[in-house]
Ligand binder design. Sequence first.
Ligand code: ADP
Ligand code: MG
Length: 700
Amino acid sequence: MESCEMKRVPEMFGSMVFNEKVMKERLPKEVYKALIRTADEGTAIDPAIANVVANAMKDWAISKGATHYTHWFQPMTGFTAEKHDSFITPVDNCSIIMEFSGKELIKGEPDASSFPSGGLRATFEARGYTAWDPTSYAFIKDDTLCIPTAFCSYTGEILDKKTPLLRSMDAISHQACRVLKMFGKNCRRVNTTVGAEQEYFLINKSDYAKRQDLIFTGRTLFGAKAPKGQEMEDHYFGSIRPRVKAFMEELDNELWKLGITSKTEHNEVAPCQHEMAPVFETTNVATDHNQLTMEVMKRVADKHDFVCLLHEKPFAGINGSGKHNNWSISTDKGENLLEPGSTPHANAQFILFLTAVIKAVDEYQDLLRISAASAGNDHRLGASEAPPAIISIFVGDELEAILDAIVREIDYTDVEKTMMNIGVSALPPIPKDTTDRNRTSPFAFTGNKFEFRMPGSSFNIACTNFILNTAVADSLRQFADELEAAGTANFDKALASLIQRELKNHRQIVFNGNGYSDEWQEAAAQRGLMNLKTTPDALKHYTDEKNVKLLARHGICTATELESREEILLEEYCKTINIEALTMVYMATRQIMPACVDYSGKVSNNVAVKKSFGLDSPAEIKIAKQITDDMAVMLNAIDDLKQAVNAVPEDVSMLNRSEYFRDNVIPKMEKLRAVADELETIVGEKNWPFPTYGQILFYV
Ligand code: ADP
Ligand code: MG
């Protein structure tokens, strides 16, 4: 049975994807070639071939049982959006044909006026349009042909997360090709690659359904610690519960059908926490696939009577969930540019690309931090389970020694010798494995790629990657300018002095120590590194002049578009906290308080009854008193929180409003939670109105 299943995997893999194999089978040779060229080179699609492609796509989709199609896009909400149209076209009063034209493939017009646009679209010009991204395959989901698209306004402003990503991929490709040319390599395209490890929680649907906080906000807003947390570390890589295993198997199957290379599934540190890691892909495809993965996880969980929580911090006191963004750059010939080489020449090239990343991360610390900023992720960054809010790069001791040797080399005549050394003796022994083990670094070199660990589990990774791509593209642009100006005759010297200068300038961002320690907070401050602790702290730097210039220079987005993004993200932060506060008020007033009234009433009644027998009841009196006192504290805390929410300033900037939520609302939420959690430890279990941490996390 099992081996039968195993045989089916290769057949199943990608069976719901209009991939190259299907295209080759179903498209005329010329059309197929033209389409592949379009995808490889990022050029515009020829409308003449679009009709042929659309028709083949439709026939294929119908053969798989699809009846509808949708332009699938990634608006600023962070979710994916779709509007389904059927293939049906009536031909007369009683019959229809199934049609799908090139026009419908290339461009769609969702009535999407209520997606956030940060003031970019006045409602009278609210319509946006979606444009096919031929570099990401169409696929079938829920009997619908989904066409990956970018989403723009009619006046051309970007309204989604995907467009800047696609543009950044062109930018880094262009600049990297220029640099590679100086190394005598002619490349047409350089792509960044991403493998996004996805963490998630699985809990019982029946528990979820009883908790308003999980339903409305995705995280628990109340909950005393269970007697056991993750301190025994017995869940990490531990044996997987049979129900969870069944979920994982089905998840793998569903992902494989969609051509998503789910590779490893394992338990994570916290109870009920798991992780899925895919094999890396080109960044925009990896982004689409990660969005799909999150969706499929939720759907499959539902079928298994679970709910999949993708929130960054569903439970206080145990680990939250992140998304590790493994990132590298490779040429169209498959050469990974962050892979140390075996010759001096190859290693010089590796060091140059490494330097480009180091420079980019140092210069755009704020943008990278912003790409991981949200109300949910604020609970994670800086807590001792996830990297701190400070950006630094881990390179491992061996590589650091090499970089230091390069920096210290000041005698110009020796520079060439150093370059030789880089290649011959120093580089080859970089052991890959030792580089992977510093889990406290937000940005770690792991042998042939970087792993950015800050993004939250619910994030769309498009943002992180468009920033990473663009920042590195800008380093490469400057390097290419300098090397081209020096000319091939002076290449080696120019290269050596460039690398040395840049490493010296950006040495401060490299840190191999423990990122969780308090000393690092101080040391980082002394180095002048940014420490943007909260989302408002981070987001206000989005539109700093250097950031606007960077993104404009590479054609990623304009100042206005960037402002709108900052506004959208700040507003999302405010809305999130507002909903959380209101949910807390609701639960405290209408669920916790009544439970306390009931329970303390019962206990107090006992006192009266016992008294009529002439018995004392010191235990009941003590309990009743404790609960009564706490109830009074809780009532005040509820009132304070309500007041804070009612007094949210309306006529201030979004930044100020977000700071208000951070400084005035969150502390009151914490106060309310503290007393409610205290009550939970006194009130009888049967009287508590919703499942506790212990019940949710340690289900059988
Ligand atoms: P592990 O962490 O288990 O040792 P790896 O380090 O090989 O495994 O991979 C972790 C993640 O990094 C996986 O999603 C993998 O596909 C991805 N990855 C590996 N190589 C690259 C690369 N060149 N570019 C981007 N991601 C990569
Ligand atoms: Mg990892």
